[in-house]
Design a protein around this ligand. Structure first.
Ligand code: NAD
Length: 321
């Protein structure tokens, strides 16, 4: 029987590359698409020798043409870390809006089921805690993070419109902070920033007083949640993340212990619009997908640290693109 064909946009990125691996493992023919604006071909180079993998170097904000059948689309192309989307704000808005529109149009034309990558950022600086999918969010549209948050909110609205108006089979995953191998050390997020500082023998920088919280989900758990959502018949948004919440100060201390660094924590002023608390309510994912995270922070951090430590040391000092 011919293999089912899946298009994964953002394939050369952190999450996209892990999704490519998973779908190959599940026996799919995978078509990866990426314009490499924040991604890196090294994340998927091990797939190039496989017959069941193809790669298109293409900007999804422009018209997308994929010959042949498509059964599924996973739209993951988008800058995802503040350092990236603050540098390329217009491309970020475009890929969330025009890119999503192009992917939805393709899904409609090919009668494919599409899953779009939304984010906990659509909740902004949340006024309810933890955040469940019924919460509408607290976003500043004209703040620096607005380019990302509003693009993703528009993405959700456009996706629901294609579902309701055109009957396209759509899925929306609201992803909370995820980590693991193939993240970039210099992407500006707390976890790789702390590990990078420890590897370089620098003090660990905590912004504000470190009481702001985050909850980190290991990439394998996230990929499992996404796979289950895609295969489900549920079209409303679903939070996927790890509710195990920790303050950034305590987290920095965990990294100090894990890496054995003799450096200390230094405190710097909090950036504008930095969310104070972030924790997913995953009741819906549990009920509908039978999913909950399995990998503890201790296990996931060990794997991630080992990955970064094994990189050539020049990588530890690399500046963002
Ligand atoms: P990433 O930067 O590692 O990957 C994004 C990929 O998309 C990159 O390879 C980049 O080159 C590609 N891309 C960007 N714009 C493109 C365009 N116009 N055309 C084609 N390719 C383009 O980021 P990631 O962490 O893997 O995030 C992937 C998706 O998951 C994003 O949509 C992001 O919003 C979402 N997400 C990620 C997290 C997380 O914790 N990593 C959290 C919430 C949501």
């Amino acid at each position: 029987m011919a293999k089912k064909r899946v298009l994964i946009t953002g394939a050369a990125g952190f999450l996209g590359s892990h999704l490519c691996d998973r779908f190959i493992k599940e026996g799919f023919h995978v078509i990866g698409m990426d314009n490499l604006i924040t991604g890196d071909l090294r994340n998927i180079e091990h797939l190039f020798k496989l017959e069941q993998f193809e790669f298109y170097h293409h900007d999804v904000s422009k018209f997308i043409h994929v010959p042949g059948e498509l059964h599924y689309i996973l739209h993951f192309a988008s800058p995802a870390s503040p350092i990236d989307y603050l540098k390329i704000p217009i491309q970020t808005l475009k890929v969330g809006s025009l890119g999503t529109h192009n992917c939805l149009g393709l899904a409609k034309a090919k009668k494919a089921r599409i899953l779009v990558a939304s984010t906990s950022e659509i909740y902004g600086d949340p006024l309810v805690h933890p955040q469940n999918e019924e919460y509408w969010g607290n976003v500043n549209p004209v703040g620096p993070r607005g380019v990302y948050d509003e693009a993703k909110r528009f993405q959700e609205a456009m996706t629901m419109a294609y579902h309701n108006f055109h009957g396209v089979e759509t899925r929306i995953v609201r992803i909370f902070n995820t980590y693991g191998p193939r993240m970039r050390l210099n992407d500006g997020r707390a976890l790789p920033a702390f590990i990078g500082q420890a590897l370089r023998g620098e003090d660990l920088t905590v912004f504000g007083d470190g009481s702001q919280t985050r909850s980190f989900c290991f990439v394998d758990d996230l990929v499992e949640g996404i796979y289950r959502l895609l295969m489900s018949d549920y079209a409303q948004p679903v939070n996927v993340g790890n509710p195990d919440e920790i303050s950034l100060k305590d987290f920095a201390e965990e990294i100090i212990k894990l890496t054995g660094t003799s450096q200390k924590i230094v405190y710097k002023p909090l950036p504008v619009d930095d969310p104070k608390q972030r924790q997913p309510d995953i009741t819906r994912a549990k009920e509908i997908l039978g999913w909950s995270p399995k990998v503890s922070r201790a296990e996931g951090l060990k794997v991630t640290y080992d990955y970064f430590k094994a990189l050539p040391s020049e990588e530890w000092y690399k500046q963002p693109k």
